[in-house]
Design a protein around this ligand. Sequence first.
Ligand SMILES: Nc1ncnc2c1ncn2[C@@H]1O[C@H](COP(=O)(O)OP(=O)(O)OP(=O)(O)O)[C@@H](O)[C@H]1O
Length: 258
Amino acid sequence: MAPPVHVRDLRVTLGGAPILQGIDLDVHDGEFVALLGANGSGKSTLVKALLSVVPVTSGTVELYGVDVRDARHVPWRRIGYVPQRAGAASGTPATALEVVGSGLLDNRRLRPPRHWRERALEALDEVGLADRAKETVSVFSGGQQQRVLIARALVRRPDLLVLDEPLAGIDRDSQDALAATLTGLRDRGTGVLVVLHELGSLGGLLERAVVLRHGRVVHDGPPPPAAPGHRGPDHEHLHPFEEPAANPRGPELRLDLS
Ligand SMILES: Nc1ncnc2c1ncn2[C@@H]1O[C@H](COP(=O)(O)OP(=O)(O)OP(=O)(O)O)[C@@H](O)[C@H]1O
């Protein structure tokens, strides 16, 4: 069976600049993989190239065995995507239930299917917001809006969920709720590919980390432990992912991406 994600020698050039330079990546069924790296290392671009949001310059990108350049044949229903820094409100008076229900629409289905309310409520329950289903999302905090968008991706019951920086700027309660949601997904075999700048509350869930540096993979294996005392006064603030000469062997790298 074809894996959810299969990437070989992927190159992406944007605005004349090489952003991704020969990426190899596989994500297997039910895997929980983090994509880590400093700002500008290419994490979001990689996710967008996977999902056909930015064009592939060269190389192979397949989702469930289908080349993403053949977009009409990619089984998009099997993949949920929550982009970086997206708000759920976007100026409309929609309720959380309606925003999540809209995840069941696509360009062939402009009317929600029967039982959409039950499906949407179920997805809101997965992110811990079922009791707020009828509230307008514009009153929600950033973290709660993020969870509504995750529910909108989950309402389609994807086999792979792709999240771009879900922890960025969200409160501790929403971070904990997100960790609980992802634990539930892992337990029932849904794959997760998550872009992270810091492991935060998701550290304990990771099976594998892929670290990018300047558009190349510099580590693919067990998640490196968080650098101890990073914020302490004595910390030397070395950034091994950015200084390969200091620590050329990936698996020994500490996680210190800032
Ligand atoms: N459309 C574009 N045109 C030109 N350059 C771009 C474009 N999009 C991104 N870049 C550049 O590509 C590089 C990688 O950006 P990307 O957003 O993928 O990094 P990232 O690792 O996700 O970083 P961050 O954590 O800051 O989002 C950056 O230098 C960025 O400026």
